[in-house]
Ligand binder design. Sequence first.
Ligand code: SF4
Length: 472
Amino acid sequence: MASAAAISSSITSRSLLSGDFKAALIASIRHPEPSIATSAASGGPRPRRMLARPCCAVEPTKRNDSVVPSAAVAEAANAAVGEEATAPSAAVDYEELNKALENASPLEIMDRALDMFGNEIAIAFSGAEDVALIEYAKLTGRPFRVFSLDTGRLNPETYKFFDAVEKHYDIHIEYTFPDAGEVQALVRSKGLFSFYEDGHQECCRVRKVRPLRRMLKGLRAWVTGQRKDQSPGTRANIPLVQVDPVFEGVDGLGSLIKWNPVADVEGKDIWNFLRTMNVPVNSLHSQGYVSIGCEPCTRPVLPGQHEREGRWWWEDATAKECGLHKGNLKQDEAGKLGANGNGVAAANGVDGTVDIFETQAIVNLSRPGIENLLKLEKRQEPWLVVLYAPWCRFCQGMETSYMELAEKLVGSGIKVGKFRADGDQKPFAQKELRLGSFPTILFFPKNTSRPIKYPSEKRDVDSLLAFINALR
Ligand code: SF4
């Protein structure tokens, strides 16, 4: 077993393992606040994606599934910070904060995250070595929440591990499950192992990404166990904290903060930490598994093999993100993925990007289809059409609400469609459909040829319904 001193120097910048965690915590809290530039201080507006407002309520409120430390521990933690709330009231520049945290330890970063977001942040726990995050959270002495995605395809060992973790930390993990109807439709139409045939993206979208999206919609921040050394192809540039480039939080797109406290920690140091702290681990690790996900998509690796070679081994390395961290893929890399991860031409044949808005309630319009819609002076029914690009994070962000809206409108006499308007279609869409940026939403009334552009950036179901009802 590694010595505490060795681990301390390799993982943290402070003496976290010197036997007095509280002392380390106090030190981490009382050092001067990192320089957080507000938009006002920086002298001008910054791009929206850089800024997000943290929650107002720093003090954790009551909750059912959260981890609540003993009153004594919580009291001690509060005393350590002198009851000071550190959540800034102005918008935070997370790029600046990321820089300020460059030399901070995972414990300091975790403490900062929990302090800023209280009950509105949760740790994403996959059932593997990211249990280290839970340990760090416990060491802060603050209350914290943990959630996990139960895809229905996990190893029995992982389920036992979840149970062991709940007992060890005396917590209730907030399990999140896929939509039963979506799983049923996928399995009935394509079988139980379609991911071996046409890529893992579709199954991951149903079993992981959409449940995650639902979970994150109720949060202002989340914590992940992503590390740079996990995947040189996709994770080499993970920041310690960032405005989530893919998912939306309570306040919509651009408002969710993603913390990656162990981004700079190497796998061996995580393991030294887990061993030293005597933390329960997934028994699959002792069978040669390193990175652990769903049972059919995870295998042990041999000595010297990279851990990601044990995940979706039948696919290209740059495709090895399940969608949970799709923002790690550069646009051109994402574009290489097929409609279902295998290079099959996507909607309109623009290229092979993983498509979105996939439900029977939404008509996938081809170029002739939308041209026809444009020409019709007397349509049989009104249409709502989104002009989108599947790689666009704002389009991804409205996927759930648009699909929900489409399901609601089935049988209402209003058709809902999508038209992929990037690539070769973009000049046409700009000229004929008034495409400005993605997504652009158009309403084609029943008796008028000209489509009406949805003017708002509010893309929730109620706002879109109000728009339709005002025009139908
Ligand atoms: Fe499906 Fe495999 Fe993705 Fe799990 S990891 S959701 S089984 S494709």
